[in-house]
Write a protein that binds this ligand. Structure first.
Ligand SMILES: [Zn+2]
Ligand SMILES: [Zn+2]
Length: 264
C-alpha cells in the first residue's frame, strides 16, 4: 500500500510525502520539524524513515525548514546544481547540507532506493524550478507546483502520471478584484509566477488519460482562490471536453495548512 500525503500546500509552506512500508520520500520542506513529525506520525510514518527530500526550488515556502530537517536526520537533499548553489548561501540552509547534497539535471532519469524519478524544468521566478515525475514502486506521480505557464514538458510528464499534484493558484477575477498591489498581481500572472484555475483547467483537459486516477490541486492562494471555485472551474472544463470525472478520476483541492492523506 502506497500513501500520499500533503502536509501543507500553499504560500505558508509546502511539503508532500509518498511512502510505503520500505521507502518514504518528501517533496519540499516548507514546514517546521515539529509539524512535519506530527503530521507524518498521523499517517504512520516516522521522520527517521525519510529516504530523501526532492526540492522543487528555492522559494522560502518550499525550503524554510529544509536545512534543519535534513541536518537533524541526515537526509539526502536532491535538487539541481543551481538550486544547491543557492541553498549554500540561503539563511535557511547554509551550513546545514554538508554531505547531504545530491545534484540532478532536468530531463535525466534517476533511481534511488527503488524510486525512479525525472526532474523537469518549469517556468517560475526562482533560481531554477523543476517539477518531478516519480515512479514510486509502480505508481506514477507527477508534481507540478509553482509554475507560471504551461509548457509541452509539463503536459508530457503529467500525461505519464497516475496521480497528479498540479498547481491551481488563483482565480483571475479574485486576483484582479483583490487587494494585492498591482506589481504583485503582475508577478503572479506574468508567465513566471503561478497558474490560474483556467490555465490549470485547460492543461488538465489535455492531460487527462484513462490511467490518471487522482488530480490533487495544490498551492491554492488564500486570498485569490477558493477550493470550491477551483474545483468548479476545472470540473467544468473537463466536462466540456467530454471527460467523465465521476467514473475513475478523483479530483480534489489540497488544504493549505492541514494534513491531507490518501491511500493509493
Ligand atoms: Zn510556492
Ligand atoms: Zn515559488
Amino acid at each position: 500500500m502506497i500513501r500520499f500525503a500533503s502536509l501543507s500546500s500553499g504560500s505558508n509552506g509546502n511539503c508532500y510525502c509518498i511512502a510505503n512500508d520500505k521507502t518514504t520520500i518528501i517533496i519540499d520542506a516548507g514546514i517546521g520539524f515539529r509539524t512535519l513529525k506530527k503530521r507524518l506520525s498521523e499517517i504512520g510514518v516516522a521522520v527517521k524513515d525519510i529516504s530523501f527530500i526532492l526540492v522543487t526550488h528555492d522559494h522560502i515556502d518550499h525550503i524554510k525548514h529544509l536545512g534543519s530537517i535534513a541536518f537533524r536526520n541526515s537526509i539526502p537533499v536532491i535538487a539541481t546544481p543551481a538550486v544547491h548553489k543557492s541553498l549554500d548561501y540561503h539563511p535557511c540552509t547554509a551550513g546545514f547540507l554538508s554531505g547531504l547534497v545530491q545534484e540532478v539535471i532536468p530531463g535525466e532519469n534517476y533511481e534511488k532506493e527503488g524510486v525512479e524519478f525525472i526532474p523537469f524544468s518549469v517556468p517560475h521566478d526562482a533560481t531554477e524550478t523543476v517539477g518531478y515525475h516519480i515512479d514510486f514502486f509502480g505508481e506514477r506521480f507527477t508534481i507540478v507546483t509553482d509554475i507560471g505557464r504551461i509548457t509541452e514538458d509539463v503536459i508530457r510528464y503529467s500525461r505519464m502520471a497516475n496521480h497528479l499534484v498540479f498547481e491551481a493558484n488563483y482565480d483571475m477575477n479574485m486576483l484582479m478584484d483583490g487587494e494585492y498591489p498591482r506589481y504583485l498581481k503582475e508577478r503572479i500572472r506574468g508567465g513566471n509566477g503561478h497558474l490560474s484555475n483556467d490555465q490549470t483547467a485547460l492543461a488538465l483537459s489535455r492531460i487527462c488519460h484513462p490511467e490518471l486516477r487522482n488530480i490533487f490541486m495544490c498551492h491554492l492562494s488564500e486570498k485569490n482562490n477558493d477550493p470550491g471555485v477551483a474545483y468548479k472551474t476545472v470540473s467544468g472544463y473537463l466536462n466540456k471536453s467530454g471527460i467523465n470525472i465521476k467514473d475513475n478520476l478523483n479530483i480534489e483541492c489540497l488544504p493549505r495548512q492541514t494534513l491531507f492523506y490518501k491511500e493509493i
